[in-house]
Design a protein around this ligand. Structure first.
Ligand code: SIN
Ligand code: CO
Length: 375
């Protein structure tokens, strides 16, 4: 279990989305939950996103996995990065838990990198907030001020930014955490073979929202209102779009999302969709309600699949959104919310399940989908 050594309220007030900071000894006596060899193993898998970044004769190179061999990691100046390790590695997944003081819907994934001395991905700007935890080894990090910097492709698959002056210049040691809000340029180079764990946070921008909402509107078969102008009058200036016409177009456009609750069925699906592949092992023979109860009886704990996204809305408590799909928990909202709020199903919630057939039926369905599994 990882426990954050941090005054969370003070961190949120002073730093969250405001400025970068170093949390020295953020994890006391930190022990790496995964070995470099396991990282390499993950990088060999087809469905896992991995990248190898290094410099050759002062030119940046970036290759994407899967990889068969790792010769480049025998030399200095290389970094192997694996995306969404929380989906694939139960012990590494534990590193996300200490950050649950932030809401689940904002959490993106756990990225892990292994670098040989001098290895790094170069100066860049991310559009997400990130906590970079230092594991084994040491890495030298620089973080600059948030300002408009030139960005360019150092390689087809590697975006860099121009040089920047450092606000933070630090060598991280095991258990130290560097928090970087989105938009702050940074670069880190290993001083000695180094493991880094990045817990990233997503926040959609207007374009993400609009394009996803438009996709949703096209997908659901709801009849769409069309622009109408039965009160047409003779036009002296046929080239001009009149003010009231533009107003009507604007009304038509926002009609679809007039009130925040109109966004729920779309946003719930969108935000609960996995951005990276999940390690789903759904069984061919579905379990019955009784079998689930028997497992509980035998002392089983059910764990939410790593990286699975489950949310509900304060304004629509009877709806759950899990992995891009909507579920109903009317009549058993306590269980439904527990599934979204907690990483495991245990304790008094088990009693609730055994007493409520509908709740148990939903839970059994989620287990059969491979979303929760008995530990
Ligand atoms: C890394 O761990 O090498 C990259 C982390 C980052 O800068 O986003
Ligand atoms: Co970065």
């Amino acid at each position: 279990m990882f426990e954050l050594n941090l005054d969370i309220n003070q961190f949120l007030d002073t730093y969250w989305q405001k400025k970068p900071t170093v949390i020295k000894n953020g994890f006391i006596d930190f022990e790496d939950p995964i070995l470099p060899d396991e990282i390499a193993g993950l990088a060999m898998e087809e469905e896992i996103e991995s990248r190898l970044v290094y410099q050759e004769e002062d030119k940046w190179q970036a290759e994407s996995g899967p990889f068969e061999t790792f010769e480049r990691l025998e030399k200095d100046g290389a970094t192997l990065l694996i995306q969404a390790v929380d989906h694939w590695h139960e012990d590494a997944q534990q590193l996300v838990r200490p950050f649950r003081f932030l809401p689940n819907w904002r959490i993106d994934d756990l990225m892990i990198s292994y670098s040989t001395p001098k290895g790094g991905v170069g100066p860049h700007i991310d559009n997400y907030d990130v906590f970079i935890i230092q594991g084994k080894g040491k890495r030298h990090w620089r973080v600059g001020e948030k300002k408009a910097l030139q960005e360019f492709a150092a390689h087809g698959a590697l975006k860099h930014c121009e040089a920047f002056a450092a606000l933070i210049d630090v060598v991280l040691e095991p258990g130290d955490i560097l928090y970087i809000p989105c938009g702050f340029p940074h670069e880190g180079y290993a001083v000695e073979p180094s493991m880094n764990y990045s817990v990233g946070f997503r926040a959609p921008d207007q374009n993400d929202l609009i394009s996803s909402f438009a996709d949703y509107c096209l997908d659901i078969d709801q009849t769409a209102q069309r622009y109408l102008d039965p009160e047409m009058i003779i036009r002296e200036r046929p080239g001009r779009i009149e003010e009231q016409e533009l107003n009507e177009l604007h009304r038509l456009l926002i009609e679809r999302s007039k009130s925040p609750v109109d966004l729920i069925p779309w946003f719930g699906r969108m935000i609960s969709e996995a951005k990276h592949e999940l390690d789903i092992a759904s069984s061919d023979i579905p379990q019955t309600n009784q079998q689930i109860l028997d497992l509980f009886e035998a002392g089983a704990q059910f764990i939410r699949l790593g990286g699975l996204r489950a949310v509900y809305f304060q304004q629509s408590p009877e709806l759950l959104f899990i992995n891009g799909e909507q579920f109903n928990c009317e009549g058993f909202t306590e269980l439904g919310h527990h599934l979204c709020d907690q990483d495991e199903v245990a304790g008094e919630i088990v009693e609730l399940l055994s007493e409520d057939e509908n709740a148990l039926t939903l839970f059994t369905r989620l287990v059969n989908l491979g979303y929760w599994y008995a530990a």
